[in-house]
Each structure stands twice: as C-alpha cells, then as structure tokens.
Design a binder for this molecule. Structure first.
Ligand SMILES: *[C@@H]1O[C@H](CO)[C@@H](O)[C@H](O)[C@H]1NC(C)=O
Ligand SMILES: *[C@@H]1O[C@H](CO)[C@@H](O)[C@H](O)[C@H]1NC(C)=O
Ligand SMILES: *[C@@H]1O[C@H](CO)[C@@H](O)[C@H](O)[C@H]1NC(C)=O
Ligand SMILES: *[C@@H]1O[C@H](CO)[C@@H](O)[C@H](O)[C@H]1NC(C)=O
Ligand SMILES: *[C@@H]1O[C@H](CO)[C@@H](O)[C@H](O)[C@H]1NC(C)=O
Ligand SMILES: *[C@@H]1O[C@H](CO)[C@@H](O)[C@H](O)[C@H]1NC(C)=O
Ligand SMILES: *[C@@H]1O[C@H](CO)[C@@H](O)[C@H](O)[C@H]1NC(C)=O
Ligand SMILES: *[C@@H]1O[C@H](CO)[C@@H](O)[C@H](O)[C@H]1NC(C)=O
Ligand SMILES: *[C@@H]1O[C@H](CO)[C@@H](O)[C@H](O)[C@H]1NC(C)=O
Ligand SMILES: *[C@@H]1O[C@H](CO)[C@@H](O)[C@H](O)[C@H]1NC(C)=O
Ligand SMILES: *[C@@H]1O[C@H](CO)[C@@H](O)[C@H](O)[C@H]1NC(C)=O
Ligand SMILES: *[C@@H]1O[C@H](CO)[C@@H](O)[C@H](O)[C@H]1NC(C)=O
Length: 559
C-alpha cells in the first residue's frame, strides 16, 4: 500500500516535471522544423487573441474578418509547439470552431463549419446557401482531417473532454458529408474529385471506428474502395499532376496510412498510393526549374517559384527550402501569391517525419537536381469520370532548361472536372531564361487557356502540336505567356519578343501565323489577371471561313 502510494506520487511528480512538449510533439524532419517555426511566427502575427481566430489572410487582407479553416491548422501548430499559452489557445480554438458548426440536420450544409466566424447564418434571408461560396462542403474534409490529427497526435494535451467533443463534431460532420452526392443538389463529390473524396473516406471510416458505428465504418470503407478501384486503373489519382491539390491528397492518404486499423482498405492501400503519387511527381518534376512540368489538371499559378503550391511545402519538408523557391531566402511563403496556402505548413510539418517514411527513395534525388544534359519523355494516362469521355493521354518532355507537356482529352465541359478554364492547363511549356544579369535564374512559361471540350496534343523534343478535333473557324488557341523579366523587353508584339526562348509556328498549322496580342496586367491592359499572375495573352485565330481543322504546331528551341 505504502509503496504503491509512493509510486503513485512519484509518477505524479514525474508527470509534472516532464515538459509536456517533449511528450506530445511529433517528430518533424529537420527541414520541416525550420519551415514550421518560421511560419508559426508569421501566423502568431495574424492571430487575434481577442477573437481567438486568425485574421482572414488573403491578398489583399480582408478588412476585419477572421477565418475558420486556417485557424484550425494553426491550432495544430500550437499543440505541436506547445509553448506558453499555445495549448490553452488551441483548445479555445477547437471549442469555438465546433460551437459554430452547423447543427440543423435538415440543411444540406449540416455538420459543416463556418468559412469565417462573422459570416451571416447560411440559409437566412440575406445569406443564401451557395455551395463553394457562402458555405464550402470541402471544409468538412479539411477541418475534419485536422481535428483527427489533433485527436490522434495531441490527445494527451487536449484531454478527454475535448477529445470527446471532437468525436461528436466529426460524427455530425460525417452525417452531413453523406448528403453529398456528385451531380445532386449542385454537388460535385465523385470519387474522381480526388482531394475531398480521400478526406471524406478517412473522416467517415475513422469516425465510425471511434464512435462504434459499424454502418459509418462500412460507408467509409466502401467509398475508399471506389477511390482505390479508380486509382488502380492507371496507378494515379484522377486529379493528376496538380501542384496544390496533390498536397491535400497526400495529407489525406497519410491519415489513411497512419490512423486506420490494419483491417481497413485505407491502411492497406494508403502507403502504396502515396508512393505511386510521389513516383509520378518525381517523373514530372524539374528540380533545376523548380517546377512541376505540365500539363496540370488544376493549378493556381504558372511558376512554382512565384506562388505557394502545397507540393512546394512537401518538397521543402523533405529536401530543404533551397530546392523550392529561387529567391535567395527573401521570399518566404507569405511574400508569394496564393500565400494563404502557406497556412497549411503546420499540417505538413507535424506529419513530416512519418510522411517521409512513405516517399520512395528514388524520388529524393529527383527533388534535388535534374541531371545535366539529360532528357526524358513521360507518358501517363488518367481518367476522371463522369467528366472524361475518354481516358486522357499525357506526354511530357523534360530537359534541364526546357520542358513541354500536353494532354489529349475529350470532356463533357470546358475546363474538365473543375469546370474552370483558369486552372485546367492542358499544354504547358517552361524554360530557363537568362535574359539579364539581374534575374539569370528566372523561369519563363506559356500555358494554353482551354476553350474547347476536346483536344489532341502531341509532344516530342522541341515540338508541341495541338488540334481541336471538334473545332471550326471560330476556334482559338489562347496562351498565357510570362512577362519578360526586369531588364528584358517590356513590350511583346509576337512570339519573337518572348525572352529566352525561340518559338515559331511550324509547318502543318492551319491558324493565322501571327497571334493577336493582349496584355492582362496588374494595373492596365485589356484583360484580367489569372491567379494574380499578369501575362501576355497570345491568341491564335483561324482564317475567316476556314474549313480546315484548327491545328497549331509550335517549334520550341532554346536560343
Ligand atoms: C497567457 O494568458 C494569460 C491569461 O490570458 C496572460 O495573462 C498571459 O500574458 C499569457 N502569456 C503569454 C506568454 O502569452
Ligand atoms: C433547417 O433546415 C431546413 C432545410 O434548409 C429548413 O427548412 C429549416 O427551416 C431549418 N430549421 C431551422 C430551425 O433553421
Ligand atoms: C450534433 O448535431 C446535433 C443535432 O443532430 C446537435 O444537437 C449537437 O449539438 C451537434 N453537436 C455538435 C458538437 O455540434
Ligand atoms: C449508414 O451510413 C450511411 C452513410 O453514412 C447513411 O447514409 C445511412 O443513413 C446510414 N444508415 C443507418 C441505418 O444509420
Ligand atoms: C488506364 O485506364 C484506362 C481506363 O480504364 C485503361 O483503358 C488503360 O488501359 C489504362 N492504362 C494503363 C497504362 O494502365
Ligand atoms: C488515349 O489513348 C487511348 C489508347 O491508349 C485511346 O483509346 C483514347 O481514345 C485516347 N484518348 C484521347 C482523349 O485521345
Ligand atoms: C547568362 O548570361 C551571361 C551573360 O550573357 C553568361 O555569361 C552566362 O553564362 C549565362 N548563363 C547561363 C546559365 O546561360
Ligand atoms: C508536329 O507536326 C509537324 C508537321 O506535321 C511534324 O513534323 C512534327 O513531327 C509534329 N510533332 C509532333 C510532336 O507530333
Ligand atoms: C468524345 O467521346 C465521345 C464518346 O466516346 C465521342 O462520341 C466523340 O466523338 C468524342 N469527341 C471527339 C472530339 O473525339
Ligand atoms: C528559331 O528556330 C527556328 C526553327 O525552329 C530556326 O529556323 C531559327 O533560326 C531560330 N531562330 C533563332 C534566333 O535562333
Ligand atoms: C485573350 O485575349 C482575347 C482577345 O485577343 C480575349 O478575347 C480573351 O478573353 C483573352 N483571354 C484571356 C484568358 O485573357
Ligand atoms: C466568309 O463567308 C461569309 C458568308 O458566308 C462571306 O460574307 C465572307 O465574305 C467570307 N469571308 C471570307 C474572308 O471569305
């Protein structure tokens, strides 16, 4: 008895004297460690301690409002750091976000979280429920997976009450998410919508397990199996070659691999799927240009040196910042466009050491350098039902200083599954330009802005041929083209004025050989920025009344 109580009080003393941070924090890679602490310092600056939320950080900053999703990511970072009031603040965030979760079981947005805490009530007279606007169904997945990470990694810090609250929240979240059916009520959640479908499967299956709801567990497993079957067709997600959303998908698959029981198809397949995604990524990645070669199913920019793609954060966590952004240490994520995606850093960092164990060895060297004088041509297929009428054929040719990628597709809608012609980028060229001593390492790019539901792209060394099989005299080929770097030509009047690359219209083309040129500029020009990138808009038109199939053959050479 006596010795027992002595042991008990010793144990109590030990528990008190052990710094909680050592007990709770996950192991991060050394590269993730510095990335994490840098970003947390920044997030501390936009944390409003009165509200208990981060400010809504988007360029330009919204005047006043806070934001829900990034605040929950920050809460994960607070628990990982666990200094001073970090844990107290994290618990407050978790409770407040769950308090604002939608509680009306009949609403389509049941179990979802607010986009920002000040927003009017969704479905009230002045605030119509507009999917992906006044409410965002994917936030069940984003916030749900984050609450799972908090529960699994920091359960001892937040305590049983908060863990139970998280389970209750995820239970409602999952029921609400089960209302989502692609093609019904304006929703688009098919298994091919890879990033949210991967999140749905794991939140559903995990919550079913933890709440002893076998029906919910089975729903998660069944949905996961549909995703796996689709993946197995071409060893890829339908959302293929995507600089931002691969990161979201990899995070979801990390949860499949780490938190699901061995009996789950998610645990059984997650590590292989992570490996396959990284293998494809390595094949399409050019470490010299620090860019994923195109084509991209969805992209939020054209040059990864100039915007925050979540895959850049993964690369940073694996091999270091110097392999990610060309700026010499001055360009922190919050100085680039799409800077708000840097707010995902706490998530990438917290699971970085575990995630690293799933990355195939061969990929690390591909992330660090592109062999001098080497070239490779990569062929892949990908399929996105119900938007693809045929499997897509992707061919990309890469060399250290020039890369060309094209996608042959036949789809039901312009812009593919995302129905967004600003992010679907079916033909992309990058080159290393050396126009001036000022920016001798900068990257030039050209990206087709899609305007047709089908295209045939043919890619070989120094050659990109594009045809619209269903096109006619009114078809156009519009390219988003980088502005020349500082010190280069400020005005572009045709292909010959593009710095660092020699592009000519080749034999067999049926377009007018001279493009119509427009500038889509920051403070002027005749068209709008895309993803905050200004660009030259070079549009090739067809001769009036032409009966030929629209065809544009480009010869593309480094000077
Ligand atoms: C922690 O919170 C308390 C109470 O809100 C406050 O007085 C104190 O200054 C905070 N400490 C730090 C390190 O922020
Ligand atoms: C719950 O949502 C349903 C469907 O949107 C709506 O008809 C009903 O009025 C809501 N109930 C409350 C209490 O807001
Ligand atoms: C979950 O939803 C129910 C209604 O079905 C509600 O009573 C409860 O408060 C919700 N729980 C949370 C944590 O929002
Ligand atoms: C079983 O789970 C599915 C998916 O979550 C849901 O649609 C269905 O209503 C549930 N059935 C029961 C009996 O709980
Ligand atoms: C890709 O998937 C399609 C559709 O199922 C199939 O026809 C094709 O053979 C697959 N290609 C490869 C290389 O696996
Ligand atoms: C892609 O190639 C396959 C043959 O491998 C073909 O069946 C399919 O039609 C092609 N897709 C497109 C959009 O051309
Ligand atoms: C860039 O241009 C400078 C000056 O013309 C030249 O000395 C240098 O070798 C070039 N660098 C590359 C990588 O082409
Ligand atoms: C593009 O078309 C030209 C002219 O027909 C041809 O010489 C070239 O090989 C084609 N390139 C590709 C990649 O198909
Ligand atoms: C696209 O696929 C559909 C269904 O297979 C086919 O009928 C149509 O001809 C194809 N369109 C083009 C432009 O190839
Ligand atoms: C550009 O490339 C074309 C062929 O692709 C070639 O005829 C021409 O001489 C090149 N021009 C320059 C300036 O290198
Ligand atoms: C490109 O310029 C043309 C005019 O030449 C314009 O009609 C079109 O909207 C512009 N496209 C984009 C994406 O800016
Ligand atoms: C194109 O066709 C229209 C009517 O069919 C005709 O008026 C016009 O002159 C034609 N244009 C050219 C350049 O042949």
């Amino acid at each position: 008895m006596r010795s027992n109580s002595l042991a008990a009080s010793l144990a109590g003393l030990l528990a008190l004297s052990l710094p909680a941070a050592q007990v709770a924090a996950t192991k991060m890679t050394s590269h993730a460690h510095s990335m994490f602490h840098k970003e947390m310092k920044f997030l501390d600056n936009i944390y409003d301690p009165v509200a208990g939320y981060l400010y809504y950080f988007y360029y330009p900053l919204a005047a006043g409002p806070h934001e829900t999703r990034s605040t929950v990511w920050y809460a994960t970072g607070l628990l990982q750091r666990n200094e001073g009031n970090d844990t107290v603040n994290a618990i407050r965030i978790i409770k407040d976000v769950i308090a604002n979760q939608e509680k009306n079981v009949s609403a389509q947005w049941y179990g979802d979280y607010t986009v920002y805490p000040e927003q009017p009530t969704v479905g009230s007279p002045s605030y119509a429920p507009v999917i992906y606007n006044s409410w965002d169904p994917n936030w069940r997945g984003f916030i749900g997976t984050t609450l799972m990470i908090i529960y699994e990694e920091f359960g001892s810090l937040i305590g049983k009450d908060v863990q139970d609250l998280i389970l209750e929240s995820l239970y409602n979240n999952t029921i609400g998410d089960s209302y989502r059916v692609g093609g019904v009520d304006g929703d688009n959640l098919y298994p091919s919508y890879s990033n949210p479908s991967l999140m749905r499967a794991v939140v559903t299956g995990w919550t079913g397990n933890h709440c002893n709801d076998s029906n919910m567990t089975a729903a998660g497993e069944t949905y996961a199996q549909e995703i796996i079957d689709l993946f197995n067709m071409n060893d890829t997600l339908s959302e293929f070659n995507v600089p931002t959303y691969y990161g979201v998908s990899l995070n979801a698959l990390t949860l499949w691999s780490k938190y699901m029981p061995e009996t789950s198809v998610m645990r059984q397949n997650g590590p292989r799927m992570v490996g396959d995604i990284w293998t494809a990524f390595g094949d399409f990645y050019n470490a010299k240009l620090r860019n994923l070669a195109g084509p991209w199913d969805r992209s939020y920019g054209y040059d990864m040196n100039r915007y925050v793609a979540i895959m850049s954060l993964y690369i940073w966590s694996l091999v270091g910042r110097e392999h990610v952004f060309s700026g010499a240490g001055t360009e922190d994520p919050w100085l680039l466009t799409h800077a708000d995606d840097g707010e995902f850093i706490p998530i990438v960092a917290t699971l970085s050491e575990y995630h690293k164990s799933l990355v195939p060895d061969a990929v690390f060297s591909q992330l660090k350098s592109f062999p001098a004088n080497a070239s490779r041509t990569v062929h892949r297929q990908a399929y996105t039902p119900p938007f693809d009428l045929e499997v897509r054929n992707i061919t990309t040719w890469l060399t250290p200083d020039l890369q060309i990628g094209g996608d042959s597709y036949n789809q039901t809608v312009v812009g593919g599954a995302s129905q967004d012609s600003t992010s679907f980028s079916p033909a992309v060229v990058h080159w290393h330009r050396n126009a001036t001593a000022l920016q001798d390492a900068s990257v030039g790019y050209l990206s087709l802005h899609p305007s047709e539901m089908s295209m045939q792209a043919s890619v070989a060394a120094n050659s990109l041929n594009l045809t619209y099989p269903a096109g006619n005299a009114s078809s156009v080929f519009t390219f988003v083209v980088s502005s020349n770097p500082l010190g280069g030509r400020r005005d572009v009047t045709g292909l010959a004025d593009i710095d660092g690359i020699n592009i000519t219209v080749g034999a067999g083309s049926t377009v007018n050989p001279e493009p119509v040129v427009a500038f889509c500029g920051l403070v002027g020009g005749t068209c709008s920025l895309i993803h905050n990138f200004e660009f030259w808009n070079l549009t090739f038109t067809m001769p009036a009344n032409s009966t030929a199939l629209p065809q544009l053959n480009l010869n593309i050479q480094l000077p």
